[in-house]
Design a protein around this ligand. Structure first.
Ligand SMILES: Nc1ncnc2c1ncn2[C@@H]1O[C@H](COP(=O)(O)OP(=O)(O)OP(=O)(O)O)[C@@H](O)[C@H]1O
Ligand SMILES: [Mg+2]
Length: 323
């Protein structure tokens, strides 16, 4: 790349120049179990980044290492320009946390707890506005132990953002949320990232949530990041295919899976006399991609069973097409 081109790229992506989070070859061993075996990550300013992986994959371990809550066994980590193991109070104040499990403040009243936490930060959000933002205004005077699970989680989110963090770690933040709370939370996270430039690292088992929110997604399996990219890039890497369905003139329903559905639809139209009845194209979802990759990494199959639960004959089609 010429110096001029490099400058142009840098200028147009000025905010993406320096990773906010960078991890190189991070390992973590608990006893004799190697949970992380060389994790590499770069997360850029303003990005919403989702870390996916099965239970026990090491997502919380990774997030806690980045937060400075857990000492890594080896590797290099930089978060907002510092090694989290040596982050001072000023560094800590720039980070917001929603932990998977949180120290309890059962006896505190909701609004008092939030007001108390706000005093830790130089430029906190207004506690009353924050309560409204997470839908807890009516519960402001209630003791934390009397909140429902989902209300408790909303309070966790409020505590995570009270200090106007530049970087927000959300470890399974929407566990227990009802659909409306989940939707409101998604809008809130998008607003934080798009309007305030907050960088977000999110773990979730809700793949629709990751697909909706994340600019980029990483999959942690077997102690390493096995895939990383936009949902579309992951789908391409996984070679998860779209399904095209249509009804033939004799009424039989056809299904075919293809990497190029527009080509297939075009061919169908070319051979048809008129409109094609019941034509449907189903793009692979992130769930398809995830299961496809997970099976490939863990049991060597292509995860086809996970991709198309309705079409038991698909494996045979694949063989026929490959032959
Ligand atoms: N303090 C600890 N001591 C020993 N082993 C631990 C400790 N914390 C976690 N582990 C183990 O490390 C592995 C990774 O745990 P971790 O909590 O990071 O997984 P996770 O990906 O967050 O899982 P989940 O999706 O269930 O939250 C698990 O096998 C877990 O049992
Ligand atoms: Mg976890």
């Amino acid at each position: 790349m010429t110096p001029k081109a490099a400058k142009a790229t840098k200028d147009t992506k000025a905010t993406y120049a320096e990773p906010v989070v960078s991890a190189r070859d991070v390992t973590m061993t608990y006893g004799d179990v190697d949970v992380l075996q060389g994790v590499d990550l770069d997360i850029h300013r303003g990005e919403i980044f989702a870390l996916l992986g099965p239970n026990g994959a090491g997502k919380t371990t990774t997030v806690e290492i980045l937060e400075g809550f857990r000492r890594r066994s080896a590797g290099e980590v930089s978060v907002l320009g510092a090694d989290p193991e040596r982050g001072d109070d000023a560094w800590r104040a720039r980070i917001g946390l929603v932990l998977q499990s949180w120290r309890d403040h059962r006896r505190w009243r909701v609004a008092e707890l939030l007001t108390h936490f706000a005093t830790y930060y130089p430029d906190p959000r207004d506690p009353a506005e924050l309560l409204a933002l997470v839908g807890l205004t009516a519960q402001g005077g209630r003791q934390v132990e009397r909140l429902s699970g989902g209300q408790r989680r909303r309070l966790d989110v409020a505590l995570g953002i009270v200090g106007r963090p530049e970087l927000l770690f959300l470890d399974e933040p929407t566990t227990g949320f009802d659909p409306e709370a989940r939707r409101e939370f998604h809008v809130l996270v998008e607003r934080l990232a798009r309007e305030e430039g907050v960088t977000v690292l999110l773990t979730t088992h809700d793949l629709a949530e990751a697909e909706r929110l994340a600019d980029r997604i990483a999959m942690l399996v077997g102690g390493r990041i096995r895939a990383c990219g936009t949902p579309a890039e992951l789908a391409r890497q996984a070679a998860a295919r779209a399904e095209v369905r249509w009804t033939a003139d004799d009424g039989t329903i056809h299904r075919e899976r293809t990497a190029d559905p527009s080509q297939l639809v075009w061919e169908l139209h070319r051979h048809a006399d008129g409109p094609i009845a019941g034509l449907e194209v189903r793009r692979p979802t992130l769930e398809d991609t995830y299961l496809h990759m997970l099976h490939r990494e863990t049991d060597g199959t292509d995860g086809t069973g996970g991709i198309d639960e309705t079409n038991g004959t698909d494996g045979t089609d694949d063989t026929a097409r490959a032959a």
